[in-house]
Design a protein around this ligand. Sequence first.
Ligand SMILES: *Cc1c(COP(=O)(O)O)cnc(C)c1O
Length: 417
Amino acid sequence: MCFNRQIPVLIDHLNQQLLERTAKGLQRQRRTAMTACTPRQQVNGGPHAVGAQPRNLLGFCSNDYLGLANHPALIEAIAEGARLYGAGSGASHLVSGHSQAHDALENLLAEWMSPAIPQARALIFSTGYMANLALLTALGDAQATIFSDKLNHASLIDGAMLAKAQVQRYPHGDLAALERQLQACSTPLRLIVTDTVFSMDGDRADLPALLALAERYDAWLILDDAHGFGVLGPQGQGSLAHAELCSERFILMGTLGKAAGIAGAFVAAHPVIIDWLMQTARSAVFTTAAPPAIAHALLTSLHLIASEEGARRRAVLQEHIGLLRSGLHTLIDQHPDLGWRLGASDTPIQALIIGDNAQSLALSNALDAQGLWIPAIRPPTVPVGTSRLRITLSAAHTADDIRHLLAALHGIARDPT
Ligand SMILES: *Cc1c(COP(=O)(O)O)cnc(C)c1O
């Protein structure tokens, strides 16, 4: 009986908090894409929705950096994978869900990572979020200290919270502060954890300096290459290939739903670490294996990434980054009064930092009115006072798409009503 009385109490409590979020300009809305993930999509919902009529929007918000999410070869590979292996895996990897497609994908990823991580083996996960929980909880035991960059992805923060290890956060990119923490550390195991490319700013971690610290203080280096894999490195092998580094200390997590265009993630590391994760990491053990068709299609995706076509797509992406950045610099120089600034980034993630939540949202809405889809990213995803437009570029964009966005931003900056 008394449970019935709790229902209105909880609902009132949650409603109150939702209203507070709305008042702070923090409410979020989903839109519904009616078509495939490409820069031009038909979308339902949003601030300028007209009834249930889908609108054509030009988007700068996906992480499909190479434009593979709608690639005909991948669509065909998923269909082929389903014909070969069926729709679902039926069980976790350790029970009966591990198929030869999963196995082949792990072997190929291990081969890709072995120049950077001697003897590397790889273990696949359904999502990057789960891979990061696995890594930090399985390695971060009571003997360990986790050293974590303050701007690390939420999945690393959550993994660190779930781990039994002590956790020290260091200011973003402040390796002097990290070194002081390492010096003062007395636990036998030390895990330095960082995004390689930071997801909301697009800046890159200083991997050579981090490796030098890891060597000096006998620490492991856990790297989240969600935004580097496929994009950086001569064949798209990611941040370690880009930095031309090699060490047994690297434990690399890469995701397969961004540049690789499908879904999933992997960890590559020393074979004993991989075995330990496979045996003990709860988000690997207690979950159904992703459909083998996904793994089968990812094999095609990796071949594409490493191919001439992949190289061409990366070259197009680099041109787009240059075009957008020079246009945004001009815009900011012409309107210093607006207080906008551009984050330092040479990756497809470009942050136009506005500061105020409501102003960021207003700018995003004004762009939406012109058919441009660029989300305003607000706290808690980014620090308070740094609300922004997070513009992401894809090889599937055209140079005209980028000029179109720049023209719209110039128009709004001239007449910000
Ligand atoms: C997207 C992302 C993840 C999570 O990967 P999913 O496969 O989407 O769960 C982890 N880390 C970073 C830095 C990311 O950007």
